[in-house]
Design a protein around this ligand. Structure first.
Ligand SMILES: Nc1ncnc2c1ncn2[C@@H]1O[C@H](COP(=O)(O)OP(=O)(O)OP(=O)(O)O)[C@@H](O)[C@H]1O
Ligand SMILES: [Mg+2]
Length: 496
């Protein structure tokens, strides 16, 4: 036994019908270290960490916790042995308070009655320990995602977790929330807790981790000491090749002056007096902080929420989209930010998901339809590098990032004139990001118009021809490509 390690995964293999998700993968976690786990979409990261909680039972291999060997885990075994996992969808109950969630399944009782006061006191202590400011009485549903995540971390620590595993914890957070989460991670590390941290954001990996384990195609590639490694090396190990151009160049389409979408003093859904024009073959970036009203604007254009005043024109014709269906028929597509909730139908196939928006268009002639559908699905599977054994695979069985690619493919296949992308590359690995940018470029070259919402400043500046910035539901500035500047955009974003 090696007592340097709190957790060891030894020769883990996981096979699904037609898919080998993990092939003989081993890794070790030291006491009080932050170990980053990285790899492309579908590399096997989530599957590997799920073996630690029993959510996935390995086909072969061993899990060694503090010297005790297991061939598989269960949630109870994991808890007893000090392992806690924070998944992307938290298991919290929105209608209960922060304190009640912290003690979920394990309430403090006075006799047979639940002692609410005591739970609130204890919750306060637990939050204080992690330097997080949450009112224990507050309903979890009223807290931001960042705070909900903090409660999950507090819960793990309260249950004496010695190894905390986090699967893409930063994905749903604002940058301020990411900072708070990092502080909590550092604090836990100082207390000797070990952390396994999964993320596609390499800057976070370099800031936070001590060592990095790289997976590729279900296989272990290498372990690196973070301070001795370099981002290019990391990318090379992840994708197996060098990535040269992050933002591929595009050629302008013809007739670029033609206006495709025009908003005149549009208000509603929290936005006020929004006016702008979007041209043919243009990528218009929407900048702003989380909560600035960008998603809200997208929802109005897409008809998911009706505007209360102002006018909207598509190719010079006034439109009043009252439902997404109407917007889709008018030639507008929206790739939503919250893809789990609005995006994919998890229990149907890749092929059917991708073809979903076009169903009313190709409804009769069913023989041609099926062949055409397979063609379309195969095209996007190839171009978006969707990792799946076939287009007939059920979307639920794909990795998180690959599910997102299916939803992207679905809206690209809709062949709309105007496509609104809300955070298109969230949860997407570095290699596939470039493919998505290339696809966006191809659309623009064909004369489609793009409205791009992105919280990644680099992406926004790298992809947009023009950026308008929103703050508190109002437009606070506009920049053309040659005057893009991070500081100016930030200043506009925090205006008002
Ligand atoms: N229940 C399942 N049935 C079939 N295949 C599965 C199942 N669960 C996972 N897989 C496959 O296992 C592979 C690894 O998936 P996993 O979710 O671990 O990837 P990941 O590294 O977490 O990717 P991402 O960055 O996209 O989240 C994928 O090819 C996925 O399609
Ligand atoms: Mg995953």
């Amino acid at each position: 036994m090696n007592d340097e390690y709190v957790l060891q995964l030894q020769h883990i293999t996981k096979e699904y019908p037609g898919v080998v998700a993990l092939k003989d993968v081993s890794l070790e976690v030291k006491k009080g270290e932050i170990l980053a786990l990285i790899g492309e979409n579908g590399a096997g990261k989530s599957t590997l960490i799920k073996t630690c909680s029993g959510a996935v039972i390995p086909t072969a291999g061993k899990i060694v916790v503090n010297g005790k060997t297991f061939t598989s885990m269960s949630p109870q075994l994991a808890a007893e042995n000090g392992i806690a996992i924070i998944y992307q969808e938290f298991n919290n109950v929105k209608g209960l308070s922060a304190a009640e969630n912290l003690f979920l399944g394990n309430p403090i009782k006075k006799g047979i009655v639940i002692d609410k006061k005591a739970m609130e006191r204890e919750a306060e202590k637990a939050f204080n320990q992690l330097n997080i400011k949450i009112d224990p009485k507050k309903l979890v549903g009223d807290l931001t995602v960042g705070y909900q995540q903090m409660i999950e971390i507090a819960k793990a620590i309260k249950q004496n977790a010695r190894v905390l595993i986090m699967d893409e914890p930063s994905a749903p957070l604002t940058s301020a929330e990411v900072e708070s989460m990092f502080k909590v991670c550092e604090l836990l590390k100082a207390k000797g807790v070990s952390i396994i941290y999964i993320s596609h954001r390499l800057d976070e990996i370099f800031r936070l981790s001590d060592r990095i384990v790289v997976l590729r195609d279900g296989e272990y590639v290498k372990t690196l000491i973070t301070k001795d490694s370099h981002v290019e090396e990391l990318i090379h190990l992840m994708v197996g090749r060098d990535l040269t151009e992050t933002y591929p160049a595009r050629t302008d389409c013809i007739n670029r002056d033609e206006t495709v979408l025009e908003l005149q003093n549009v208000s509603g859904n929290g936005d006020k007096d929004i006016s702008f024009q979007l041209h043919k073959g243009e990528v218009l970036g929407l900048g702003g902080l989380v909560g600035a009203g960008r998603t809200e604007l997208a929802q109005m254009i897409f008809g998911a929420v009706e505007k209360t005043s102002g006018r909207m024109f598509l190719k010079g014709k006034e439109i009043h989209p009252k439902s997404p269906r109407q917007a889709i028929d008018a030639g507008i597509a929206l790739v939503p930010e919250d893809r789990k909730r609005h995006g994919a139908l998890l229990t149907i196939s890749v092929k059917n998901n991708i073809n979903m928006p076009t169903y009313p268009k190709i409804s009769f002639l069913s023989v041609i339809k099926s062949r055409k559908e397979s063609e379309v699905a195969t095209y996007y599977q190839k171009n978006l590098l969707i990792k799946t054994p076939s287009i007939h695979q059920i979307v639920k069985n794909l990795s998180g990032g690959n599910q997102q690619k299916v939803i992207l493919g679905k809206w690209l296949a809709a062949n709309s004139e105007l496509i609104i992308f809300d955070e298109p590359t969230r949860g997407i690995d570095v290699g596939a990001k470039v493919e998505i940018y290339t696809l966006i470029n191809r659309l623009v070259e064909q004369g489609k118009s793009i409205l791009l919402i992105s919280s990644e400043m680099e992406e926004l500046m790298g992809m947009s021809d023009r950026i308008i910035v929103l703050a508190e539901g109002k437009i606070t500035g506009e920049l053309k490509r040659d005057s893009f500047d991070q500081k100016t955009i930030m200043r506009m974003a925090s205006a008002v």
